[in-house]
Structure formats: structure tokens, C-alpha cells
Design a protein around this ligand. Structure first.
Ligand code: NI
Length: 169
């Protein structure tokens, strides 16, 4: 396994839309394993393929920082089936280091996708995990959490964002 480099704000790949995975080959398995190692190493909860410059539609979740016993897992071709409620809380992103903001998201979500064995999975989550699912699915559509902020809120971050984009180079 290997650590992958996490792309940061300003990298055009973060604005790309991921492609549906039609064949779970060795490349997909290896990418998933490396992404799990990478998110763990970074101390994050979730990581989407676009964040490491890859375009297969998949994300990984490591629930350990949430105090959950569940092992890290991969969701391929994820889609949102149902959302409910609202929750305002602080949100950050490994691709936008050092910047977190309060954001309203659904409090509960049901998503569907496939696992590394190609089996269809349905996952229901609330609170932080629900937020992580929505955040990672956004990444696979080229959307960042800052896109959900109100224009005024985003305006205040302009300087910081520019700084992150500059550091990238
Ligand atoms: Ni993120």
C-alpha cells in the first residue's frame, strides 16, 4: 500500500466529475486500499477519488475518528436515495486545509452503491457520518463544501482560499 497525495483547492481535478465504475479490477482495489491508508494517515473521515486525482466514482470512509468500531469501507458509484432533516455543524475538507465552516446539511441520509465485491449496498447514516457521505458524493460531482456557503460567508474566506491555492503551486 502507498500514501497518495491529496489534491488541494485550486487543483482543477477537484472540479471534475467522476465516472461510473463498470469493472472492479485490480486498479480499483488498489486505489481503494491506498485511499484508506491515505485518509487514515491524514486523520480524516472520508476521501473521494477526485481528491487524489483519480476519476472512478468511489469514496472511502474511516469511521475510527468517530469512535465507531466499524472498519474503513469503500462505496463505489454512490448515489443518494433519501435525505431527511437538517443539521448545522462545522465541516472541513482535507483538500481545503485549515478552513472549516458551519454548514446546514440533511441530518439523515440513505445512500446506495456497490462494495469491492460488486455487491449492492444500502447505507443509512445520521449526523457526522451522514454529512461525510454527502460531502464525498459532492466531491465526485466536482462540488466542494464551500460551494454551499452563502455568498457573504464565502466572500469572507476569499483571502484564505487564495492562500491555499497559492501554496499548492
Ligand atoms: Ni472533502
Amino acid at each position: 500500500m502507498a500514501l497518495l497525495s491529496i489534491r488541494t483547492y485550486g487543483d482543477p481535478v477537484l472540479r471534475k466529475r467522476a465516472h461510473e465504475v463498470t469493472d472492479i479490477d485490480q486498479m480499483i482495489v488498489r486505489l481503494s486500499q491506498n485511499m484508506i491508508e491515505t485518509v487514515r494517515n491524514a486523520g480524516g473521515i472520508g476521501l473521494a477519488a477526485t481528491q487524489v486525482g483519480e476519476l472512478p466514482s468511489l469514496f472511502v470512509i474511516d469511521p475510527t475518528p468517530l469512535g465507531m468500531e466499524e472498519k474503513p469501507f469503500v462505496v463505489i458509484n454512490p448515489r443518494i436515495v433519501e435525505v431527511a432533516g437538517e443539521l448545522r455543524r462545522e465541516e472541513g475538507c482535507l483538500s481545503i486545509p485549515g478552513l472549516s465552516q458551519e454548514l446546514v446539511r440533511p441530518a439523515r441520509v440513505v445512500i446506495r452503491g456497490i462494495d469491492l465485491d460488486g455487491k449492492e449496498i444500502t447505507l443509512e447514516a445520521t449526523s457526522i457520518l451522514a454529512r461525510a457521505f454527502l460531502h464525498e458524493i459532492d466531491h465526485l460531482n466536482g462540488v466542494l463544501f464551500i460551494d454551499h456557503l452563502k455568498p457573504g460567508q464565502r466572500e469572507l474566506l476569499r483571502g484564505k482560499l487564495r492562500e491555499i491555492a497559492r501554496k499548492k503551486e
